[in-house]
Ligand binder design. Structure first.
Ligand code: CA
Length: 174
């Protein structure tokens, strides 16, 4: 089975700096700039065992990836806590910081990260932040390689420099 595309950020079609209920449900289209909904991710990853792969492209069109097994998103009562295991890839293990973290979105009452700061608000895009962590793929899209922790980034690969395109893909393990 081909990998199912989970999130694509390759342009400015969708503003991902949205609220808890937006992320709970689907954002964007199936074709591009999409978040499938945290409830859907919980249902999918509870029913079967999934692999997740992050595919990244910088503004020189270089690419890298990071892959994890046993990707699971907990239910809303657990604030969509994310767990996974292992790491393989070429982009570095930036997502390790997010292990066991709950989802944080922009509202004050949805600050579920471990920083005194509100990472979802400060980084302008919801994510499984820790304090705040080395990855952020729902941040503001930019058209050049600017260095800024608020942009879409994967710190173990290109530091806090903006990425041109990202994809998150999942597929059942078996
Ligand atoms: Ca916080």
């Amino acid at each position: 089975m081909d990998l199912e595309i989970f999130l694509v950020t390759t342009g400015l079609l969708v503003d991902f700096h949205k609220y808890w209920t937006d992320y709970k449900n689907e954002i964007g289209s199936v074709i591009a700039n999409r978040w499938p909904g945290n409830n859907n991710l919980n249902i999918l990853t509870t029913a079967r065992t999934y692999v997740i792969r992050f595919e990244l492209k910088d503004f020189a069109d270089d690419t890298a990836y990071a892959e994890y097994r046993l990707f699971k998103v907990a239910n809303e009562a657990s604030n969509y806590k994310v767990t996974f295991s292992g790491y393989t890839g070429t982009a570095g293990n930036a997502f390790a910081e997010s292990y066991g973290m709950e989802f944080t979105s922009r509202e004050t009452e949805r600050d579920n990260d471990l920083h005194y700061y509100h990472c979802g608000k400060g980084r302008k895009g919801p994510w499984w932040f820790k304090a705040c962590g080395e990855s952020s793929l729902n941040g503001p899209y930019t058209t050049s390689n600017i260095p800024d922790a608020k942009v879409i980034h994967w710190a173990t690969w290109r530091g806090h420099h903006a990425l041109k395109a990202t994809k998150m893909k999942i597929k059942p393990l078996e």
